[in-house]
Design a protein around this ligand. Sequence first.
Ligand code: NDP
Length: 256
Amino acid sequence: MNLFDLNDRVAVVTGGNGGIGLGMARGLGQAGAAVVVAARNHEKSATAVEGLEALGIRAISLHVDVTDSNSCRTMVSDVMRCFGRLDVLVNNAGTNIRRQPQEYTIEEWQTVIDTNLTGAMLCCQLAYPLMVEIGGGKIINIGSMMSIFGAPFAAAYAASKGGMVQFTRALATAWAKDNIQVNAVLPGWIDTELTRRARAEVKGLHDRVVARTPAGRWGKPEDHAGIAIFLATAASDFVTGAAITVDGGYSVQGVG
Ligand code: NDP
C-alpha cells in the first residue's frame, strides 16, 4: 500500500490559481489526484490549469467567490457534475487588508473575515455530506503565523487566522466519527502576490523575515506540496485537529 497515493481522488483547492494554493495543487496532482482550481480570476485559473496539465495532472478550473454562499454551492455542485466525488478540500482562499486596528471600516473587517474564515466554513459545510457519502475525506485549512502571533497591521487577518485554527479543532472533533480528518497548515513568510504587497507596504519586512527564519530564506509555494500530500492521504489518517507550521523554523526562533 502506498500511503501517499491520491489516484482516483478529487481535490478542490480554493484560491488554487496562484501562490501557496497552486503549490499545494501541484503536489496533490503529482500524487495522483484530479485537481479543481477554484477562484475568481478566470485568466489566472486557466493559466494555472495549463501548468498543471503540462505536468500530466488532470485539472479543471471553476469559478468561486468564497464570500458568496451561492457561488460556493454552485462550485461544489459543479465538482460533483464533473467528477462525481469530493475527497480533499483545501481552504486556501485568503486576503489581507493592512490597517491599524482603530482604522478598519466594518466593510474592510468583514471582507477579511468573510474571505479567510466564513468562506472556509461554507465550503466545509457543503463538502461534509459528500465526504460522508464516500466514507471519509480530508480538509486542509490554511492558517498563518498570525494564527499564533499578532502584528499591529493585522487585527482582522490575525482574528481570521486564529479563528481558522479553532475552527479546525472544532471540526476535527465533530467529524472524526465520519472518518474526516481536518487539519490546519500555518505557512511562514512565503513569497507570493499577497506578501509582495506586504513587502511594499511594511518597511524592512523582507530583511527582518530572512534574519528571523532559521532556514535563512522566504518560503516558496512549492514548499507546501509535501504537507498537502501528507494531510490529503492515508499517511495522515490518525492526524486530526493539528496545526502544522511550514515556516523554515520562524515560529521556534528564540533569538531575534
Ligand atoms: P495569493 O494572493 O497568491 O493567493 C490568494 C488566493 O486566494 C488567490 O488565488 C485568489 O484568487 C484567492 N482568493 C482571494 N479571495 C477570494 C475569494 N473571495 N474567493 C475565492 N478565491 C479568493 O496569496 P498566498 O498564496 O500567499 O495566500 C494563500 C493563503 O495562504 C491565504 O489564505 C493566505 O492568507 C495564506 N498565507 C499566506 C502566507 C504568505 O506568506 N504568503 C503566510 C501565511 C498564510 P482570485 O483572486 O482569482 O480569486
